[in-house]
Design a protein around this ligand. Structure first.
Ligand code: HEM
Length: 500
């Protein structure tokens, strides 16, 4: 019995030592750092899911910004560096990209369990990332975007019809669900050439599968934490992000679309056409084709729908901005109310409105980059060596709300980007809704096109107001979500303008 007690205490002591082993890492290097908590590190609320991790970063950012360009933090038990100064952020994303070219997530994907995500550039590393990114980039040329635009317009028209009918009922609209129906229909049309029927069918299959694609179970989160804390467990604990049933659904969807296109000799300048060209040129396998299509699908609908719903929310709060945008829409529409591809690109206020909403509500609130070779970061005489294998965090959301970067950051004020000022914010890496540098969002052009088309269609046809069901005093990011999704949802009312 005594031996058992001694052994238990010894094991507990060893475990404790293991967990706090790195806690003095930053003080030894004279880098400012908070006091980490055992098992939780410096991001406790995010780990416990009491709050979204964005708020842990926000507190650290506000405590240290202006006093130091970087903070050494502990995530669970590993040292990480949180970057605060835009110049250093630019170093990581652009200038010293060579050292920070990989995403931290890359090592989390098990290529056998999640083969369809394994070829998504977001999860790739080193030369494979470079090769796949180069392979997919031509899918987003201006010509292809222009060719896709009529498909997007068709879906916009279906959405307007849907809102017109539904707005006769007294229930408010869940902005995110509405936007997700729209982006699901757009991407399904642009990738698979099929109508996902999200606006016409209850529980439409593709929309349901899209929802499941992103609904990660708490088990995945727990497994990730265990692996992060005890690296050796990686050999025993396997994480599958997408269930087989969902993977199979999308593979079958692509196969059917391919068969239909081949058999009927259909020529459409869409994403599937691009993947077919890749197959013919590079002889890529069916699995790789499916992987590309599911990457387009998964990257294409969720982030954009979050962005559209927040833009609608901010427009609903500001009648002034909404009226001004509507004026621009009217001035650019033809007599049928249609806006051409070229006119949509020229609408500068629409661009400002959308970017201002992205500033306030970036779908990705932080990013992290894995250091692949020891490198020094230096600012204002303060220097830190980032060691190979360490991750650095870039707190997108906090930078967007820093009053040093944006005057009155809590105000929705698209005019801050007047007279081409946006370029300067983007160049200085204080505005980063799409990231920055060589790993900047690959689908940015497509995201902007589908989102702006949706906003123009809605604001051109309806007056938007925020319903009191929205919990916005203040808006809070859902603790369980990885992306910027608000607790309780964003609820809107739409009043058709033609009734006025
Ligand atoms: C408003 C909508 C969108 C936002 C705000 C957004 C944001 C981002 C951000 C911030 C990153 C960089 C992540 C990092 O820092 O590591 C990223 C990467 C990426 N995005 Fe987007 N995205 C959007 C829409 C799209 C769409 C529509 C697609 C494709 C159809 C797409 C495809 C990708 C891909 C493939 C990457 C990885 C790029 C690489 O690692 O080389 N995104 N996105």
């Amino acid at each position: 019995m005594i031996l058992f007690i001694i052994l238990t205490f010894a094991a507990a002591g060893l475990l404790y030592l293991y967990l706090i082993w790195n806690f003095s890492y930053w003080s030894k290097r004279r880098v400012p750092s908070p006091k980490a908590k055992v098992l939780l590190g410096d991001l406790p609320n995010g780990i416990l899911r009491k709050e979204n991790m964005a708020y842990d970063f926000e507190r650290l950012y506000n405590k240290y910004k202006g006093k130091t360009p970087f903070v050494g933090i502990i995530q669970l038990r590993d040292p990480r560096l949180l970057i605060l100064e835009p110049e250093l952020i630019k170093d990581v994303l652009v200038g010293k990209f060579h050292y920070f070219k990989n995403n931290e997530f890359a090592d989390m994907i098990d290529t056998k369990l999640d083969p369809l995500f394994a070829k998504n550039p977001f999860f790739l590393k080193d030369d494979e990332w470079k090769e796949k990114r180069a392979e997919i980039t031509p899918a987003f040329t201006t010509n292809r975007m222009k060719a896709l635009y009529p498909l997007i317009q068709d879906v916009s028209a279906r959405m307007v019809k849907y809102i017109t009918i539904e707005s006769k009922k007294s229930d408010p609209f869940d902005a995110r669900e509405l936007s997700a129906k729209y982006t699901t229909d757009v991407v399904s049309n642009c990738i698979f050439g099929v109508d996902a029927e999200s606006f016409t069918k209850e529980n439409a299959k593709i929309r349901e599968m899209g929802k499941k694609l992103f609904s990660s179970s708490p088990w995945i989160f727990i497994k990730m934490i265990l692996i992060e804390s005890f690296k050796f467990l990686k050999r025993f604990i396997k994480i599958q992000f997408t269930e087989i049933e969902i993977q199979q659904f999308f593979v079958d969807l692509m196969k059917q679309a391919l068969k239909y296109r081949d058999e009927n000799n259909i020529q459409r300048e869409d994403f599937l056409d691009y993947i077919i060209q890749l197959r013919n040129k590079k002889n890529i396998s069916e699995l790789e084709m499916a992987s590309h299509t599911i990457s387009f699908f998964s990257d294409g609908f969720e982030t954009s729908s979050i962005a559209i719903s927040h833009a609608l929310y901010e427009l609903g709060k500001s009648k002034r901005v909404q009226d001004k945008l509507r004026e621009e829409i009217k001035n650019n529409a033809n007599k049928n109310g249609q806006i051409s591809f070229e006119k949509l690109q020229e609408m500068s206020y629409l661009d400002q409105v959308f970017h201002e909403a992205l500033r306030m509500h970036p779908p990705l609130v932080t990013s992290s980059r894995l250091c692949s070779e020891d490198v020094d970061l230096e600012y204002d005489g303060k220097k830190v060596t980032v060691e190979k294998g360490m991750s650095v965090f870039i707190p997108y959301l906090s930078v967007h709300y820093d009053p040093e970067n944006f005057l009155e950051p809590k105000n929705f004020h698209p005019e801050r980007f007047d007279d081409g000022a946006m370029k300067d914010y983007l160049d200085r890496c204080v505005l980063m809704p799409f990231g920055g540098g060589p790993r900047i969002c690959l689908g940015m052009r497509f995201a902007l096109l589908q989102s702006k088309a949706a906003l123009a269609a809605i604001v051109g046809n309806f007056e938007v107001t925020v319903n009191s069901k929205t919990q916005d005093n203040p808006l809070v990011i859902d603790p369980k979500e990885f992306l910027n999704i608000k607790t309780g949802g964003l609820w809107l009312d739409f009043k058709p303008l033609s009734e006025e």
